[in-house]
Design a protein around this ligand. Sequence first.
Ligand code: GSH
Length: 233
Amino acid sequence: MVILYQLERTWGIPNLSHFCCKTETYLRMADIKYTVTPTLPLFAPKGKLPYIEDGDLKLADSRFIIRHLKNKYRDLDEELTLEESALSLAMQRLLEEHLFWATMYSRWQYTDANWQVNKKAIFGVMPPVIRDVAAFYYRRRIHRQILGHGTGRHSANEIFELGMQDVDALSACLGDKTYFLGDKPTSLDASAFGFLINTLGCPIESPLKEHALAKDNLRSYVDRIKLQYYPDL
Ligand SMILES: N[C@@H](CCC(=O)N[C@@H](CS)C(=O)NCC(=O)O)C(=O)O
C-alpha cells in the first residue's frame, strides 16, 4: 500500500501544495490504494513534499513518484501518441516550472492579506511563538527561491502578466474537451488539476486568480474533477 506524505488538508481543496495535490489526484484517477500521512517538508528526504513510501521504497518528487506508480500500478498515459506525450510534458513544465512561481509569489509576497491566509494554513497548528519564528524563516526561504527562479525580480504586474499567458494557453489547450488530451484523464490532468485549483480555487486573491476564474472551461474543469475524484471534500 502506498503511503503519501503531504501537507495537511485545508481550504476545502485536496492540498495547498500543488505538487501534493497533483500526486494524490494521480492516485485517485488511477484508482490506486493509498493512505495519507500529513507532514512538513522539513521531514522529507529531499526537503520538499510530496514523498511516498511503498513497501521498502521511499521516493520523493511527484515526477519520480508518478513514474513509479505508472510502472508498478497503472499508467494513465499508456494510450498517448508520441505527439500527445510531448504536449503533456510541455504543459506539465508550464504548470510546474512557470505558473507555479506566479502562484507562490501571490501567496508569500504579493499582499499581507494573502500572506496571513497562507501563514495560518501552514503554520496555524503550531504554538504562537514557534509559529511566528517558523513562518518568518520559512517565508524568507521561499522569497529567496522566488528570487532565485527569476520571478521575484519582476514587478507584480509583470509576474501576473506572465502567469495570465499560462492560463490563456491552458484554456486554449483544454478547449471544450473533458480532459486535456481527450475523454480520459491522463497524468497531465493530475498536474493541471493540482495547479489550477491552487490558482483559482483557493482563498488567495490576485489578478491571476480573477483571470483564471474568467475562463469558464478551466473553472468547470476544476469543479468537475473535484466533484468526481474528491467527493469526500
Ligand atoms: N519537483 C518537486 C517540487 C516539490 C515542491 O516544490 N514542493 C513544495 C510544496 S508545493 C515544498 O515542499 N517546498 C518546500 C521548500 O521548498 O522548502 C515535485 O514535483 O514534487
